[in-house]
Design a binder for this molecule. Structure first.
Ligand code: PEP
Length: 249
């Protein structure tokens, strides 16, 4: 099955209104490449409203959401608030949140289900630690993580993506070998088919972790790599756009 690639930027805790020109440059290029690659930027919550006003029609996303619809949750935001600010997608289960905010698989699943229920597209992150990779249990650990984090409903189609992000590759400049990425993506595809049947074929599996202009083409050529989640290299249009172009080729 052909799946159009998705290249999503994760700006993490970077970006203010001073960076709107970078977002405009990225959105302009995405418009030129429309139909060949999907592009999105997940910016800090404080920037969503301004960013979505600056680039109407270009997908702007959040980086987290609370799984409940409202309530006494100081500092959190829910799916309806993301919509209200102009977001059309959200990342859930990023390893930095699983670690620093002690988010467990079940919690991540509830967030994914809440996002999908509200009509947001969802990118669900999974990935192994350095210790798990060194011990030879990366595929087993990540498959288990995926099974436990997968939304039970609403996940088929292009509104739901999985991002395989080895924790040890995030922001380090290290990446798995092409064989290791291929092995993991093929295992994750099997899990998606086990969970969703034939619909599991329509879910995009992104790779994330130190994707750069210099390695993007090689990564996108791997079977079952349907795009990328990009951190550091998404902050500047001059770094991000060559990656987007590699995915469009
Ligand atoms: C990320 O944290 O989602 C990520 C992929 O970061 P980087 O590209 O900087 O490794």
């Amino acid at each position: 099955m052909t799946r159009r690639k998705l290249v999503a930027g994760n700006w993490k805790m970077h970006g203010t209104s001073a960076d709107l020109d970078e977002i405009r440059a990225i959105a302009d290029a995405a418009e030129r490449l429309k139909g060949r690659v999907d592009v999105a930027l997940c910016v800090p919550a404080t920037l969503i409203h301004r960013a979505s006003d600056a680039v109407p029609g270009f997908p702007i996303g959040g980086q987290d959401l609370h799984h409940q619809e409202k309530g006494a949750h100081t500092g959190d935001i829910c799916a309806a608030m993301l919509h209200d600010a102009g977001a059309s997608l959200v990342i859930v289960g990023h390893s930095e949140r699983r670690d620093a905010h002690r988010e467990e698989d079940e919690h991540v699943r509830a967030k994914a289900e809440s996002g999908l229920r509200s009509g947001l597209s969802v990118i669900l992150c999974v990935g192994e630690s350095d210790a798990d990779r060194s011990a030879g249990r990366a595929v087993e650990v990540v498959s288990r993580q995926l099974d436990a984090s997968l939304p039970r409903e609403g996940a088929a189609g292009s509104n739901f993506s999985v991002a395989y992000e080895p924790i040890w590759a995030i922001g380090t400049g290290k990446i798995p070998s092409t064989a290791e990425i291929a092995e993991m993506h093929s295992a994750l595809r099997e899990r998606l088919i086990a969970a969703y049947g034939a619909e599991g074929q329509s879910v995009r599996i992104l790779y994330g972790g130190s994707v750069k202009p210099s390695n993007a083409s090689e990564i996108f050529a791997i079977d079952d790599v349907d795009g990328a989640l990009v951190g550091g290299a998404s902050l500047k249009a001059s770094d991000f756009l060559p990656i987007v172009e590699a995915a469009a080729t």
